[in-house]
Structure formats: C-alpha cells, structure tokens
Design a protein around this ligand. Structure first.
Ligand SMILES: C[S@@+](CC[C@H](N)C(=O)[O-])C[C@H]1O[C@@H](n2cnc3c(N)ncnc32)[C@H](O)[C@@H]1O
Length: 673
C-alpha cells in the first residue's frame, strides 16, 4: 500500500476511504481551539455561540466540568457487595502489629473501610497513575455489576491485565479524572478532622489534580504544592525537560489543622551540627573559643547538602551553644512607631549603635527582655548594627519548604531484595516527607500502594523513634509483566510485590536486631516487645458471603407459585451460606459490617463449652461473636442473664423462640446476621 494515499501509517486506515469529517474537524480545531474541550471533543454550545450567542442559554459560572463527572460521583457512593477476607498465610507477625495490606481494587476497598475507618486516618499518602499515556487507569467498567471482579477467580489468582489510557482516547483526561474523583470523594470520609492528603503527581495532570482536589476538599483547605526536585532532568524531553514531580497537599479542615498543629519539620541537619559543635567545644580546655569557632565555621562551609539557613548557624558561644545572628529591622515598608526607634547602647564603648532605617522589629519592652536574656549580639564596637541571637537548639523546627531536593533511587535496595518494580518512590524521601505530617500513633493510608514504599517508610520511622504509626496499603492484583524478573521469581501480581517487600523489610530489621543483640528475642515478653509493629495482616477483596436478593416474581406464575418459589430461593441461599462459608472469612465481613477496624483481635471464651464464642475487639469496639449453626439453650440462658455485652450470632443459629428471648433480654446488644 502506497504511503502517498494518506499521511497515516496505520494500514487499516489506509485501506479505508479518507475521513473528510475528521479532517474538517481538525481544520476547525486549528482555527478555533477554544471550541474544543481539553479532551479534544467539539463543544457544540461554544460553536453555536459563535453563530449567535442568543441560541445558547446557560448560566456562566466558574466550575470544573468533564465528561462522566456525575456518574463518577454516583459510583463513589453506590454500596459494594464485596467484602474483605483475612489471608493468614500471607500475613507476617499478625498479632504483633496493626498494619494492614489489602489486595484489591481500591474503590471497593475504600467503600468497605468507610464504615470502620471513618475519620480515623491522619494522612492519605498516594502516588496514583500519572496518566502519561502509557500507564494504567483502572477502569470502573469493571465494577461489580458489569464484570465480576471476584467471580473470575483466575483473574485474582493471576492478576489483572492493565488497561492503558491512551492520549488518542477522546476522553483521555476525563477517564483519569473520573477514576480519581470517585476515589477521592470516598477517601475524604476516612480522614480525621485534622487529616491531610498528599498526592504525588507530575506535569501530565497536576493542573487538573489541584482543581479536582479543590472540588472534593474545598479551595480553603489547600495547604500547598511541594516540588520534589530530583536534581536530574529527564533525558527524553522534546520541550521543557522536567526534573521535578509535585506533591499536592490538602487538609480535611485546614483551619482546624493549623490551629491545633504546626506543620513543621526538623531541620534535616540540625542534629549533625549540634553534634559537631559539642565535639569541638570539648577542646575548649586546650584551645580558645575563637579557634574552635574558626574550625566550626570551616566545617559548616564544606558541608554539602546543608541549606543556607542551616549554614547560617556557624557560631558557638561561650556556653557551647550553636547560634546565628538575625536582623532586627522593622519588616514593613512603612516606618515603625517612634518608640521602635530608641537606640541600643554598646555594652563596652557605651555609645549608641546604629538603628535600622525604619526602626526595630520589636517594641521597647521586648528589646529590654532580649537584652536581659543576653539574646542581642553586639559587634566589637558601636559601629555594627546589633542583631538578634538565635540558638539552634531553640529553632530546630522550620516550616516545610516548597522545594525538597532528593536524588537517587532504591534500585540497589530492590536488587538486594531480588525484587523488581517500575519507578518505586525512594523510601527515604517518603520517610522524611511523611514524618512532619503525622505523629507517632497515627494511621497512614496509601490506596495506590505499588511496591509498598509507604509501608516501608512507616516501619523505618517507627524503628528510628520507637513510634507506633500504622499503615494501610491497598494494591490491585495487577499482573506483573511476564518478562520481568519479579514474574520469573514467582510474583505474578504487583500485590505479591507489595507484600513481599514489606515482609523482607521486617525480616531485615529483625535480623539486624538479632545480630546486634543475640539474646534480644529470648524471653517471650522481650520478643513481643521487640516485634511490636514489625509485621502486617493481609486481607483480600472478595465477593460477600451474604447472598444478594436477586429474586423477582415471575408474572406467568400464580401468586401461590411465586410465594413457593421465593421460599425455595431463600432456602437455597441460606444453604449456600451454610455450606460455602468459611468461619474465618465470615468473621471479617461480620465485624466490618459492625464497624470494627481490621486490627481486631479474637479470643476464644473458654467458659462456653457448648458453643464457640469469641471475644472480638479493635481497641474501640467490643463484641462476643458466635458463628455456630445452632445456639444451644445453655448459651441462650447465659445471655438472658448477662446482657451488658454485645452479642453477634448467625440468623440461622436461632429459631423464633430463641431469637425472641435474646431480643427481649439483650435489646440492642443483640444482633443476628
Ligand atoms: C505509581 S504506582 C505506585 C508506586 C508506589 N508509590 C511505589 O513506590 O511503589 C500506582 C499503583 O497503583 C495501582 N493501582 C492502579 N489502579 C488501582 C486501583 N483501582 N486499585 C488499587 N491499585 C491500583 C497500580 O497497580 C500501581 O501499582
């Protein structure tokens, strides 16, 4: 086929007749690009307005619209009939930690968590697909009613194949926005009132993401955008060569957050500076302060990676404290009131020192106080304008800057673990970034977990300071590339990598602890203490154990026949639950439905000999649960007298009398499923 026939290289297009309409639309787009949507579709209303604006009646207002927006919103709030089941075999030290890894599609998982984890999560930290044209956007056409995610067990065993969102798709941006919109809407409900969401993104969708978040979280809750400078421009750029990514930060309620917390981080090199000063100051018996200071100044000057602000702390005082001088000039353009212009007297020459042009920054009282506390630095004589003395130990914290520099990758680390994953975030960057956003007891959620970097970062943070931060990671069982090392090593799904990586992180830490102190894990109490936080429970998304009502009466049958058919339907479904259910699977579902978090623990209650009764608690909620097919009289008698605890049983374990008794005596503390 000759190329001259068309300017396209697609052989199928070449055998078809030329698409004149397409060409005409392209010409129109070249002339009037404003008539087309961001997705490249002709906006008929805009065209009509060119012909005659009166043809279009619309209220003009500032809003962010795209194709499928209302549907995505509906999708977010449609209940799911999925559930989570506990996967003990893939869990690691499950009783020692409250971390959770969930293998599953994140929209359904978020819906399930939205009951138990409502307002429980301090930080949502995600790194979604960036919509580069090559990456994956999980299409909600897979939602449960259309393509059964869990029915096809082969899919979840071998992993989902990815769906690429290509730029030629007329709804390129809309597809991505819809995917993000429904997830953010539901995820917002999980955030505590002082919660924060931080989303990694690059130039492909940053502009849309910020607007989308303004819509979901409110413009007033925008905290800022942090630019992560990777210090290395992309080599394949044709226009601007990007060397940064962004992290968009929103608060659930910024006013509440900022009135209760300071979003500040420790100066990254403050401890190193203090340590060096301490070592040098110890020499003071052998040498003088001036020599110590010269050596200190030289050391600070040579430190690569120290910020200008850190390098300014280049002096040690006679008490061994590190300090810097800061101007005390009035910061505004307008001159300060007269009392801000009183000169300071030099302590040695007793002469007046120069005053800043527009006056001092502080009123006379504060200046007096600073003088008394020896926090004003004078020059050798009165010619130098005095400065305020800032001690590093009192100024360890600083606002999070809008640019964070971090180069490097975790390639070597992955190689050592014999794992492979495309572009994982460097865990050290994640660790340093997350630290100031959360406190030591908080829960962090990452529902685009990939290789599970967020889990790794949290584990390491806890190791550093003995904290008890918890993570929840959600990762789709997306199929790994069959040619990849990970696939060859048996990791068929990305979720396998998420689990394996975090398992190896835990194993590595335990090994290091044992090497450093071989008897550390000897006594059981010690071992438990040492293992605290080093592990996770794995859960899998699965179709609910409870039958859905799919029965519809048949109009061709009589009323009696339909009633009989309904009774049979109910018997069959109940039988299905009886034969198909597995106690371990059902218990998670029942507890989730009752608002329990996934860190629940179960303890068998030995005083019950005829029924198996488990005590379930997640730290906040408590209940006694029985999944036996029959609740015997003895147990019923017990609960008629002991009514103060919540009891959850299976509907089919009770006949009408037993049910009536429990309801009558226990009231709302009794629940049957
Ligand atoms: C950019 S990667 C995250 C990388 C991660 N930050 C790391 O350091 O390894 C995004 C991940 O989200 C997953 N993902 C995409 N759509 C998803 C969905 N609907 N549910 C769960 N995971 C999904 C992809 O499989 C991919 O592993």
């Amino acid at each position: 086929m000759s190329k001259e026939l068309g300017n396209t290289e697609n052989p199928i297009e070449n055998v078809q007749s030329h698409d004149w309409n397409k060409e005409r639309l392209e010409q129109l787009k070249n002339l009037m690009p404003d008539l087309f949507t961001n997705d490249g579709q002709l906006n008929i209303n805009e065209l009509k307005k060119v012909v005659d604006p009166s043809l279009v009646t619309e209220t003009e207002r500032y809003e962010f619209r795209w194709f499928g927006k209302s549907n995505a919103k509906r999708e977010a709030f449609t209940p799911t009939d999925a559930t989570l089941v506990y996967d003990e075999n893939r869990s690691v030290n499950p009783t020692e930690s409250e971390n959770i890894i969930i293998e599953g599609e994140n929209l359904a998982v978020l819906k399930l968590l939205s009951n138990s984890y409502r307002e429980q999560v301090k930080c949502i930290y995600i790194d979604p697909p960036y919509n580069t044209g090559k990456d994956f956007v999980y299409s909600d056409k897979f939602n449960q009613d259309k393509k059964e995610y869990w029915e096809d067990t082969e899919v979840t065993e071998n992993g989902f194949k990815i769906d690429t969102n290509t730029e030629t798709d007329g709804r390129f941006h809309s597809n991505w926005l819809n995917m993000m919109y429904s997830r953010l809407l539901i995820a917002r409900q999980l955030l505590q009132e002082n919660g924060i969401i931080a989303i990694h993104i690059d130039e492909h969708e940053e502009h849309h993401l910020r607007k989308l978040c303004e819509e979901v979280f409110g413009e007033e809750n925008f905290l800022g955008i942090v630019v992560w400078d990777k210090l290395n421009p992309k080599g394949d750029a044709r226009a601007i060569s990007y060397q940064h990514e962004s992290i968009v930060l929103f608060a659930k309620n910024s006013e509440f957050l900022l009135s209760n917390t300071e979003l500040r981080r420790e100066k990254p090199n403050a401890q190193a500076i203090l340590r060096k000063a301490e070592i040098l100051f110890k020499k003071i018996n052998k040498t003088d302060l001036e020599t110590v200071n010269e050596e200190f100044k030289e050391w600070i000057k040579c430190q690569e990676g120290f910020s200008g602000g850190e390098k300014a702390y280049s002096k040690i005082d006679e008490n061994g404290k590190v300090y810097r001088g800061v101007s005390m000039a009035w910061p505004n353009k307008k001159k300060a009131p007269d009392e801000y212009l009183i000169p300071l007297i030099h302590p040695i020459t007793k002469k007046e020192c120069p005053i800043p042009e527009r006056g001092w920054r502080n009123p006379p009282n504060t200046m007096k106080e600073l003088l008394e506390k020896d926090l004003i630095l004078f020059g050798e004589d009165e010619r130098k304008q005095p400065e305020r003395k800032y001690l590093l130990e009192e100024n360890i914290f600083e606002n999070i800057p809008s640019i964070l520099e971090f180069a490097g990758s975790d390639d070597a680390f992955f190689k050592k673990l014999e794992l492979e994953f495309d572009n994982p975030k460097p865990f050290k960057f994640c660790k340093d970034f997350l630290k100031p956003l959360i406190s030591t007891e908080d829960i962090v959620l990452d529902f685009f977990a990939g290789s599970g970097t967020a889990g790794h970062a949290i584990t390491e943070l806890n190791q550093e300071d003995g904290g008890n931060r918890k993570y929840i990671l959600v990762q789709l069982p997306e199929a790994t590339d069959e040619t990849s090392e990970a696939y060859k090593a048996g990791y068929k799904k990305i979720s396998d990598i998420t689990i394996e990586r975090n398992k190896r992180v835990v194993e590595k830490i335990i090994k290091e602890k044992k090497t450093a102190q071989p008897d550390l894990f000897d006594a059981e109490v010690n071992a438990q203490e040492q293992l605290k936080g080093l592990g996770f429970k794995v859960f899998k998304l699965q179709k609910s154990n409870f039958p859905r009502v799919e029965y519809a009466p048949d109009p061709n049958k009589t009323h009696e026949e339909n009633i009989e058919a309904l009774k049979k339907y109910i018997r069959d479904k109940e039988a299905q639950l009886i034969s198909a259910f597995n106690k371990e699977e059902l218990i998670t579902e029942i507890l989730l439905k009752n608002g329990f978090k996934l860190n629940y623990t179960l303890t068998k209650q030995e005083q019950f000999t005829k029924n198996e009764i488990l005590f379930a608690t997640d730290g906040d909620k408590e209940a006694l649960v029985c999944l036996d097919g029959d609740l015997v009289e003895e147990t019923i008698e017990y609960f008629k007298k002991n009514t103060e605890q919540k009891l959850i049983v299976l509907e089919r374990a009770l006949d009408t009398t037993k049910k009536w008794n429990l309801k009558h005596y226990m009231k709302d503390n009794f629940k049957a499923f």
